[in-house]
Design a protein around this ligand. Structure first.
Ligand code: FCB
Length: 444
C-alpha cells in the first residue's frame, strides 16, 4: 500500500512538473494558411541587406579551411564564386536587388598570410570594395572573423590557446583604421558557438576535434577575443557600432511529456545560447570569468535558421535528418523550416537590451521551391516583432548567391542568385525577385 502511495506521489509530482514546463515554455506553431504574408510593415529607416563570407565566395584562399579541405579530403572550396575577381560584377547584383546594406567578411589570411607578413594590396582591394558599396548607396557591415583564419594561426593552436587571442586583436587593430572612416558597422566574430562546437566537438569544421571540454574552452577564448577586440576598436573610434553575430538555435523537447528530453533541452540551450548571453551580460560563462566580454556590444547580430527537437541522443554530425514535427517542411539541410522560432530568438536576445540586427537568415533550397515562402514568413515574423516594439534595425538575407557551404561543400545552395560554378554565371531566382519587390515597397 505504501509502495503504491509512494508511486502515485512520484507520478503526480512528475505530471505536475511536466505541466508547468509545458505551459511555461510553449512551442508555438502558426496556422500559416490563415496568415496574410502581404500584411507586413517596416519602418522607412529599416536596413535591407544580404550577407556573404570571404571563404565561401572569394575563391583560392589559403587558410585553416582550405587546409582542412585538403587534409580531410572533403569537397574543395577551390574557385568558389571567384568573387575576388568578380566583386565589381557582384556589387552590381546588390544594386539590382535594391539592398541598402551588405554584410561581408575580410579574409584574415589574405591580409596576414604569415605571422610577420602583411599584404597591403589585399587591404587595398577590400578598401576599394567599401568605396564601391558607398558609391552605390549601400552601407557595408564588415565581419572580422567568419570561421576562417590563417594557417600559421591555426598551427599555433588558434583560439584553443588563450595567448593567441593577442594575434587576433593585433590584426583587428591594424586593419580597422583603414576602414573606420567609412565603415561604422562591425561584427567581430561570426557565430562563436558554431565555430567552437563544429570545430572542437562535432569535428566537422577545422581543426576537426571531438571533445566537449575543448569546445567549451574555445568558446570562452573566442568570447574573450571578441571582448578585447571590441574594447580596442571602440577606443580607436568610439562612435562605431560593433557587435557579433550570434546563431540562436531554438531548442524544444522532442517529446513534451519526457523529462529527460526537457533536461537535454535545457542543457543544450545553455551551452548554445545561455552561456554566450551570460558572457556578454555578466562576463561569466561555464562558471568562469570572461571579463572582457562583459558589456562588449553596441548591437547584437542574430543569425536564425531553425529549432532543434532534443532527445538525449545528440547528433554527432550534421549529415542526419533531425526530428521534426508532423507537417513541418524540411529544408535541404535536413532541419525543419520554423519561422515562428525567429520571434523566440529575438526574445532570447532581448535579455541583452540592445538593438538587434538580423545578420543572417536563409534556406538551402536549390530549386527555390521553399525560399520565397521561407523569406516571406520570416519577414512577416520580423515585422510583427517590430510592431510589438522590438528594436530591430536590419535584415541580411543569407545569401546573395550560392556559395561554398563549409562541411556540406557545394551541395547546399543558399543563394538569392543561382551560381553556375562552371561558367560563374549568376542568375536571380524567383525568391530574389520577391525580395527585390519587398525592399522596393518599404525602402525610403
Ligand atoms: C551560418 C554561417 C554561414 C552560412 C549559413 C548557412 O551558420 O554563418 O556562413 O554557412 O550558416
Amino acid at each position: 500500500m505504501e509502495l503504491i502511495t509512494g508511486l502515485v506521489t512520484i507520478l503526480s509530482f512528475y505530471i505536475l512538473i511536466i505541466i508547468i514546463l509545458h505551459f511555461s515554455f510553449p512551442e508555438p506553431h502558426y496556422d500559416w494558411s490563415k496568415i496574410d504574408l502581404e500584411n507586413m510593415n517596416f519602418p522607412s529607416e529599416f536596413s535591407w541587406g544580404v550577407a556573404t563570407a570571404s571563404h565561401q565566395i572569394e575563391g583560392n584562399n589559403t587558410n585553416n579551411w582550405s587546409k582542412f579541405e585538403n587534409d580531410r579530403d572533403i569537397e574543395n572550396s577551390g574557385l568558389a564564386c571567384d568573387h575576388w575577381n568578380r566583386w565589381e560584377e557582384d556589387h552590381g547584383l546588390l544594386v539590382e536587388l535594391g539592398v541598402t546594406s551588405y554584410r561581408f567578411s575580410i579574409e584574415w589570411s589574405r591580409i596576414q598570410p604569415e605571422k610577420n607578413e602583411w599584404n597591403e594590396d589585399a587591404i587595398q582591394v577590400y578598401s576599394e570594395m567599401v568605396d564601391s558599396l558607398l558609391q552605390k548607396g549601400i552601407e557595408p557591415m564588415i565581419t572580422l572573423h567568419h570561421f576562417s583564419h590563417p594557417v600559421w594561426f591555426e598551427k599555433l593552436g588558434g583560439f584553443y590557446e588563450r595567448e593567441n587571442i593577442d594575434y587576433f586583436r593585433k590584426y583587428c587593430e591594424r586593419i580597422f583604421p583603414y576602414f573606420a572612416d567609412r565603415v561604422s558597422k562591425w561584427c567581430t566574430i561570426n557565430e562563436p558557438e558554431v565555430f567552437s562546437i563544429m570545430g572542437y566537438y562535432m569535428g566537422m569544421f577545422p581543426p576537426g576535434k571531438r571533445s566537449v571540454r575543448k569546445a567549451i574552452r574555445v568558446m570562452k577564448n573566442v568570447m574573450i577575443g571578441h571582448g578585447e577586440v571590441y574594447n580596442c576598436l571602440k577606443s580607436l573610434k568610439p562612435d562605431s557600432h560593433i557587435g557579433l553575430a550570434k546563431n540562436v538555435t531554438i531548442f524544444d523537447p522532442y517529446r513534451r511529456w519526457n523529462l529527460i528530453h526537457w533536461i537535454t533541452c535545457y542543457a543544450l540551450n545553455y551551452i548554445w545560447n545561455g552561456a554566450i548571453i551570460s558572457g556578454l551580460k555578466k562576463g561569466r560563462m561555464f562558471g568562469s570569468s570572461v571579463k572582457a566580454a562583459k558589456g562588449s556590444l553596441d548591437f547584437i547580430g542574430l543569425n536564425y535558421y531553425t529549432h532543434v527537437l532534443t532527445t538525449p541522443f545528440l547528433p554527432q554530425t550534421t549529415e542526419v535528418d533531425l526530428p521534426a514535427r508532423k507537417n513541418q517542411q524540411i529544408t535541404e539541410f535536413g532541419y525543419p523550416m520554423y519561422a515562428e522560432g525567429m520571434a523566440r530568438a529575438i526574445k532570447i536576445l532581448q535579455h541583452l537590451q540592445l538593438p538587434i540586427e538580423i545578420t543572417e537568415n536563409g534556406v538551402a533550397d536549390k530549386d527555390d521551391n521553399l525560399r520565397p515562402n521561407h523569406l516571406k514568413r520570416h519577414l512577416w515574423v520580423l515585422s510583427k516583432a517590430i510592431e510589438r516594439g522590438s528594436e530591430i534595425r536590419s535584415y541580411f538575407h543569407w545569401s546573395l548567391m550560392d556559395n561554398f557551404e563549409w562541411a556540406e561543400g557545394y551541395s547546399l545552395r543558399f543563394g538569392l542568385h543561382h551560381v553556375d560554378y562552371e561558367t560563374q554565371i549568376r542568375t536571380l531566382r524567383t525568391s530574389g525577385m520577391d525580395y527585390r519587390e519587398i525592399i522596393n515597397k518599404f525602402r525610403e
